[in-house]
Design a protein around this ligand. Sequence first.
Ligand code: ATP
Ligand code: MG
Length: 257
Amino acid sequence: MPVSEPLLKAVGVRKNYGHTEVLKGIDLEVRRGQVVCLLGPSGAGKSTFLRCLNHLETIDGGQVWVDGEPIGFKLRGGKLYELREKDVARQRRDIGMVFQRFNLFGHRTALENVVEGPVRVLGADPEKARKEALDLLDRVGLADRAGAYPGQLSGGQQQRVAIARSLAMKPKLMLFDEPTSALDPELVGEVLAVMGTLAREGMTMVVVTHEMAFAAEAADEVVFLADGAVVETGPPERVLKSPDHERTRQFLARVLS
Ligand SMILES: Nc1ncnc2c1ncn2[C@@H]1O[C@H](COP(=O)(O)OP(=O)(O)OP(=O)(O)O)[C@@H](O)[C@H]1O
Ligand SMILES: [Mg+2]
């Protein structure tokens, strides 16, 4: 795939739950190294869309490509065939995901949480994986807490371990779904700081967030979703300051007040 091609391309993504159309045909392109923030009111479909990007949800229409590969499907002889779960899992290794609630293994230390994926899933050499995991914990500011169990860490620290654990898989793309919204306010900054550094280092990221200051600072583009559709897209300077649509204006007035 030429370098100019987007790393992530979603075209016409549709999702229904029963008779309700939750995603009504969403397009998104993210180039390598770009950060895109998804904004929108509760129920807009942000989490659903993020889950469609790595085939945690089966989509009812459209297609998602990551690095030229159709996600959840295989192209053979011009036709798409749905992949088996094992092959989808292989595709998902390239796509890190960090959720609102820290999804760490409670009975394993921070270090063990980070080492687990590379060793068990990628077959990495345990000693090498351990060194890399310690480097990653250092990068998220937790070098001194490697031996702590999740229950001994603050929410912000747990979320930083979750980020390190995703990075240990060397993903091409990171998806974040409101990674700071379950945190006490005083812990939000430390997680956003780690994400900001990651963005500056060139990680390709799609971030669902209500943190407008983060979006303004880190995003190359913001996408405003409402009712399962993209209302508007553009650089944060424009969309956050002078949105084209009344719907976006109303949302911003609410979250910025
Ligand atoms: N598993 C499900 N079954 C049925 N309906 C669902 C399911 N998951 C989500 N929905 C519905 O899909 C719509 C979009 O939900 P989604 O969680 O994607 O919104 P969101 O934009 O992430 O909202 P929030 O900001 O509250 O996280 C909502 O109306 C929700 O009720
Ligand atoms: Mg959500």
